[in-house]
Design a binder for this molecule. Structure first.
Ligand code: GLP
Length: 241
């Protein structure tokens, strides 16, 4: 696990853009695992800028997003499909058909999750997985629990995650209680993992993920066992290391 600490959150997130652009330049048909949340927004802005400047070409790239809220359609402004279109896909030369987000409106989430995992396998696996970090140490929507769940699965969101994500909705009552998320299996199988964590609210989770025991109580701690994982942090998020 490599740790890089930057002065500002913007710098940490933009550093992820360089890693993604390098990946796509080295392999134009890269399969990218992408993340939502506020942490990757500067990264996506930088990728848009680089794409506009002709520095990186997304025309052959395939993407699989980590997660989606159960019950929200892709047109809902709080859905992760909407977020990805709005923050990235609508502004770069990617083939929209090659962008994937789990279906939050599936009738059978076990079948939907298995098909999502299989699609990633058929695509050759993830070359690079971008991650944010939940305040409780979650990655994707893999919440603290007794086990690491490998397959893509539906999950009940914890109170802390609902609280943290209320800022994106009109009220706490509007935050979906369930989500579908890529499991720890596909994340750990990614050839490279890049995690962005910024701000004081992430400091404890960063500490526990990096210095604590590998435990499903802090799902990101599993990354200690990944062979090529980089944490991009700002000073506040790194303050307890
Ligand atoms: C959500 C997402 C995660 C993300 C986390 C942190 O729960 N499912 O993938 O990492 O939020 O978000 P933020 O970067 O806004 O703190």
């Amino acid at each position: 696990m490599e740790i890089r600490v930057f002065e500002t959150a913007d710098q940490a997130s933009r550093a992820a853009a360089i890693l993604i652009a390098s990946q796509v330049t080295a392999k134009p048909a890269s399969v990218l695992g992408l993340a939502t949340g506020s942490s990757p927004i500067p990264c996506y802005q930088e990728l848009i800028r680089m794409n506009e400047a002709g520095l990186v070409d997304f025309s052959k790239v395939v993407t699989y997003n980590l997660d989606e809220y159960v019950g929200l359609s892709g047109e809902h402004p709080c859905s992760y499909r909407y977020f990805m279109n709005d923050q990235l896909f609508d502004h770069i030369n990617i083939n929209k058909e090659a962008t994937h987000v789990p279906n939050g409106q599936a009738e059978d989430f076990a079948a939907c999750g298995a098909a999502y995992d299989e699609a990633i396998r058929q695509a050759g696996g993830l070359d690079l997985q971008l991650l944010g970090l939940g305040r409780n140490g979650h990655i994707g929507f893999n919440e603290p629990g007794d086990v690491f769940i490998r397959p893509c699965h539906s999950v009940q969101l914890s109170e802390s995650t609902i609280e943290a994500n209320t800022r994106f909705f009109d009220s706490k009552d509007d935050v979906p209680r369930y989500a579908i998320t890529l499991g720890i299996g596909s994340i750990m199988d990614a050839r490279k993992v890049v995690l962005i964590a910024t701000g004081a609210s992430k400091a404890q989770a960063v500490h526990d993920a990096v210095k604590g025991d590998i435990s499903p109580r802090v799902q990101a701690s599993v990354l200690q066992g990944h062979h090529d994982c980089i944490f991009l942090l700002d000073r506040e998020a790194a303050s307890l290391l």
